[in-house]
Design a protein around this ligand. Structure first.
Ligand code: GLC
Length: 799
């Protein structure tokens, strides 16, 4: 064990013995003789905050990450003072604080150590900038694995890696490149089948070392600010993720169209080109809900303006596109062109809304329009102003949604790629430099955008996209993973990034399908679409430098494959919407890496490729050219091959065929998967029947279907429809009970049931305990039949 004295010579300072303890309800304070205060706050029985001050001095308590609506409250809190330590007991964990060193050890109620300090808190004074480099080191538990951390483009298990959080414009990034566009300082540790999470809520540049430098040590530190972290105890990983998501928030439901297929390029212009693309989708019957306008719609890249040569009448164009079922999404960047004839610039200048350097001058930097100034979005007044800049776009012109880009903020032609570190920020009344505000700058920009879009599209729901993000940004916006490349490796990266984001509390995420830089061939494009339809945000985007990247840009075979999969996306919309509702309401991640799905099975700990879409659909993308299939791991339990209905037992690897028109997909037995008929866009047709794909299981399985008006806020007043299906299969029968909640009346009257894997022939059927004449259910040879949507019990009895 390393002692504090050994540490000293390395320039580190560390707490010594506790001289004072104080309790104020859920807040416990331990002060050391040399002026360190550890404040422990019990937020829930399994959620505990640790905050350290040096020189007896805490900074004002403020965080952009924490959701003001987080649900907190604990039942048990006992503190015992022993000769050597303080022992804090909650309903879920025991925390020991060593009296001599202030080191912390956390165990479960059975005494199993979950997480413990190695050196614990220590720090180094920062002579250049003031403040401290604050550090924490923990003992890596035997066999411990690490997950989470946002968009890191590396193996899903972070063991042995060191990563950094500093949001960065990383054009054409590579595998293992770090940092990227997001700063999500949250990880999950798993050892001995017990998981915990740590969220280091510090917006300075942060660093995490997962047993990389020293095999038995996990450490994290920041270039400034406070050592301030939240500990979440599982022991189940989904509990850890949902506790973190509860603390930092989840988004409200988006409009359903936001979950459709979206087409983008840098850039579609002029208007005739936009129209042509839209027309092709309809002519070729490839469903699509949104079309994106990248920077070239603007007048000289000035935000909130239009290039009137290319878009003479945006309002008319947007209305015409809408007639045809297309929503228009426009880009807005943070850099405001320095231009005396530009109203946005003048307003910001007059009101003192731009960021300034340490010694006073305005911060400036080059972006698309040339030299720009940058609004200080960490100033609430600036956010309010920014929000209202959207008024004309949203309420007058009818723009449907906004994507915020370059909001790291990206600055061109400087080696740091961003604002100088002495740039000052308001930070909601806690003035600071860019060192502290950098990681939240984009978040605060998109927050202001979200507020504006939400206000001005009301009574519709907002939809916003951001590139940069800090923990908590998921409350405001969906996101994409930035400027990837059209390579097979990037398909692998996209798959890992989406899963990682999802387990980092950020589920509404997608990649630039097909790759942003360079040009995919048809095969890569098709394989990427097959994966992309299983990502919550599903958009093709490309730099447009190398030709076009639309579903028809390759050959007819590819177009047909792409159509088939986009159609599948539209069929699965009620399933996806239900996933979103569960994410929003119950903090359930929309994508589950296998380790999240089954942590007990150690086979899952180092898997990267397979994931669960929602709770019941297993997907494994094809990630190399010329593949006729792949080996994949099927998690424990029984699964149905989506394409053949073959039922297999999991817990093993398996070769799964997948010609170019297939991707390996399995459905969990017992699942009831809701589907809509194919539509060309959300709301194109009135849904006349809800298809329920029912996968027989011997035993019990629950499934849910959430529906509402697909936009607007009526659902908040109880106008939603939540169906809970309880499936019970026996060797000679299958029954389904339906429990309904909510006042929304769905447009359809009937369910079309597709029965998969029934092990018997049907002899008779009872609905709500009465025998029905089989032919009334319009049964088909292929095991489909119809039933009134209001049934409560369906009993299928076999011969
Ligand atoms: C950035 C974005 C990209 C966009 C381009 C032009 O590179 O990441 O999506 O197309 O800027 O606006």
């Amino acid at each position: 064990m390393i002692t504090n004295t050994e540490l000293e010579y390395k320039g580190n300072l560390y707490p010594n013995h506790i001289v004072h303890f104080e309790q104020d309800n859920e807040k416990l304070s331990f002060t050391t003789e040399n002026g360190v205060i550890l404040q422990v706050t019990i937020l829930r029985g399994s959620v505990i905050r640790f905050r350290y001050a040096t020189d007896y001095n805490f900074e004002p308590d403020f965080s952009y990450a924490i959701d003001p609506d987080a649900t907190l409250g604990y039942s048990t809190l006992e503190v015992t003072d022993t000769a050597t330590e303080y022992l804090i007991k909650t309903a879920r964990v025991i925390v020991l604080i060593d009296k001599k060193t202030l080191r912390v050890q956390i165990s479960d109620l059975e005494g199993n150590i979950i997480n413990e300090d190695e050196l614990g808190f220590h720090w180094e004074e920062n002579y250049e900038f003031g403040g401290n480099t604050v550090k924490m080191s923990k003992i890596t538990q035997t066999g411990e694995s690490f997950y989470g951390m946002g968009d890191k483009a590396t193996h899903s298990n972070l063991k042995g890696k060191r990563v950094h959080n500093w949001v960065t414009d990383q054009y054409a990034y590579g595998k293992d490149q770090d940092p990227l566009y997001k700063a999500i300082p949250f990880f999950i540790g798993l050892s001995n089948n017990k998981a915990y999470g740590i969220f280091f809520d510090n917006s300075f540049k942060t660093h995490f070392d997962f047993a990389h430098e020293r095999r038995n040590t996990t450490s994290f530190w920041a270039d400034g600010g406070e050592m301030n972290y939240y500990f979440f105890y599982g022991p189940d990983m989904p509990k850890v993720v949902s506790a973190y998501s509860n603390l930092t928030g989840t988004p409200e439901l988006p409009p359903l169209w936001a979950l459709g297929f979206h087409q983008s390029k840098w850039s579609y212009y002029p208007e005739s080109n936009v129209k042509e693309i839209a027309k092709q989708f309809r002519d070729l019957k490839i469903p699509c809900d949104a079309i994106y306008l990248d920077i070239d719609y603007m007048d000289g890249f000035r935000c909130f303006t239009w290039d009137k040569n290319h878009f003479p009448d945006p309002k008319r164009m947007i209305a015409e596109l809408e007639e045809d079922g297309f929503k228009t999404v426009v880009m807005i960047d943070p850099g405001i062109k320095i231009d005396k004839n530009y109203w946005v610039y003048n307003e910001a200048l007059e009101n003192d809304y731009f960021c300034k350097r340490g010694d006073g001058p305005l911060m400036h930097g080059k972006v698309w329009p040339g030299e720009c100034n940058f609004p200080d979005f960490t100033n609430p007044e600036v956010r309010e102003w920014w929000a209202d800049l959207y008024k004309e776009f949203m309420s007058d012109l009818g723009v449907h949604a906004v994507w915020n880009d370059m909001n790291e903020p990206a600055v061109m032609e400087v080696p740091t790629k961003t604002a100088p570190l002495d740039t000052r920020h308001n930070y909601d009344g806690h003035p600071c430099t860019h060192r502290k505000a950098h990681n939240v700058y984009g978040m605060q920009m998109v927050r202001a955008t979200y507020d504006g879009v939400k206000k001005h599209v009301f009574p519709k729901r907002p939809f916003v996209i951001t590139r940069a993000a800090y923990s908590g940004t998921q409350r405001y916006s969906s996101t994409w993973t930035g400027d990837n490349v059209a390579t097979w490796e990037h398909l692998w990266i996209a798959n890992v990034q989406m899963q990682r984001m999802s387990m980092s509390g950020y589920s509404f995420v997608g990649s630039d399908i097909g790759g942003f830089a360079e040009q995919p061939d048809g095969e890569l494009f098709a394989r990427w679409i097959q994966l992309g339809i299983f990502h919550p945000f599903c958009r093709v985007h490309s730099s447009g430098d190398h030709g076009s990247q639309e579903p028809w840009s390759f050959d007819v075979e590819i177009t047909d494959i792409v159509r088939k999969f986009i159609e599948l996306r539209y069929q699965l919309l009620p399933y996806l919407y239900t996933m979103f509702w569960k994410y929003s309401k119950e903090q359930k991640p929309m994508l589950q890496p296998l380790v999240l799905f089954d942590q007990e099975d150690t086979q899952t700990h180092f898997r990267t490729d397979e994931f669960i879409f929602g709770e019941k659909i297993l997907v494994a993308p094809i990630q190399e050219p010329n593949a006729q299939g792949r080996r994949m791991y099927i998690p424990r339990g029984k699964w149905y091959d989506f394409w053949t209905d073959e039922r297999i037992e999991g817990g093993k690897e398996k070769w799964v065929p997948a010609a170019l028109d297939k991707i390996p997909v399995y459905i969990k037995e017992g699942a009831i998967i809701p589907k809509y008929p194919v539509q060309q866009y959300v709301g194109e047709i009135q849904i006349e029947e809800l298809i329920l794909d029912i996968y027989y299981k011997e035993g019990v399985e629950n499934s849910e279907v959430y529906e509402d008006a697909e936009n607007g806020y009526d659902y908040k007043k109880g106008r939603y429809s939540l169906r809970n299906f309880k499936l019970t299969g026996k060797s000679k029968s299958l029954s389904i009970q339906q429990f309904k909640d909510g006042d929304f009346v769905t447009s359809y009257e009937t369910f079309k049931l597709n029965l998969h894997g029934l092990p018997f022939n049907i002899e008779r059927i009872q609905v709500d305990n009465e025998d029905v004449v089989l032919k009334d259910m319009r049964p088909n040879g292929d095991n489909t039949m119809y039933i009134d949507k209001n049934f409560t019990t369906l009993h299928i009895i076999g011969k």
